[in-house]
Design a protein around this ligand. Sequence first.
Ligand SMILES: Cc1ncc(COP(=O)(O)O)c(C=O)c1O
Length: 396
Amino acid sequence: MPVQPGRMVLDRVELVRFYQVKPIRIVRGEGQYVWDDRGNRYLDYHTGYGTAFLGHRNPFVMRRLREQLEKIMTVSLTFENDTREEALRALRRVLPPYFTHVFFQNSGAEAVELALKAAVKATKGRSTFVALVHSFHGRTLGALSMTHGVKYRKAFEPVLLKPRWVKPNDIEGLEKAIDDSVAAVILEPVIGEGGIIPLDPEFLKAARELTREHGALLIVDEIQSGFGRTGLPWAHMEAGIEPDVMTAGKAIGGGFPVSLVAFQKWVAESFETGEHGSTYAGNPLACAAVLGAVEAFEADRVPEQAKSKGEEALRYARERLEGLKAVRDIRGKGLMFGVELRFPPGKVLDCLLEKRVLALRAGATVVRFLPPYLTTVDELRSAIDALAECIKNTYG
Ligand SMILES: Cc1ncc(COP(=O)(O)O)c(C=O)c1O
């Protein structure tokens, strides 16, 4: 390309700075650990926003990916493919029986987009949605519409859709918000980004009953809470409800970018050929990752491990942290837990990084841990000890 005289030319293009970058360069990962370029090892409870829940380079996922790379990477949905077929069979074993259909996507937000489209289609054109205060569903315009936090939305107002907002666990609010114009209620069974807020089973049951009464869909977004993390295969199962649509992502590919939407039969059958599509959807490499992830899930009894380790982590966190003045609350489900502080957690997260523990923020004031299932109880305790020290060092 001709360069204008006087214009500085860098030796690379720059990444748009949407993210604040931490001062370490990660070069390798194995199981629950990552290493920086100086050879320092970190306990990874950030896991790429929860993606590496099965651990980095999970052997089941690696084996399937390697095998697939030797065959073919891309086959569009226009053609049949054996690996895709196997992934669908594997998913049958880990999805509840009321979900009879799936469609693959590449990211969480894309899965949410399809879930919203399904609600419009299955309700014959309704376009009113109900979403929860503190919820996060992604950053494409439809998913962003359902995302509550002002910081995500303000640059893009007016976003596409205007949901009716209901506070988490406010059953009366839900009753007021749902009427016959509503296409769907969308919710995370455990609110993740927005601050680790588990929804009460009673609230989930009310959402199910009210949507059914008014001919609306119930969409559960399990992109963060799903695939064993909370101690059940899918977090909504605790309430014994049968949602119409579920989104899944992050952990289901063992680190490979893939997501899916699961549908009850009647919802899937409301779509006609050509009404949705995606170039990479169901590509064999992503399907191989899902297949390996399901194999790991089954072989290692992932939900059981997440349940027992998560319970011990929460118990220990309460024992170590409850008396500290800076701590407002400790909550979570399985290996998805958070410590709410009375202050923004930036300094505490930096301190944890110095102690070689990677964690992340949730909401405005929560330190969030998304540990991989294969972490040990001793490691969980040591991360909580590190957190206690960091809170004391920062706030006294
Ligand atoms: C519950 C939930 N939904 C949707 C998303 C968006 O997923 P993605 O970033 O893959 O688009 C996230 C990501 O954090 C999430 O936690």
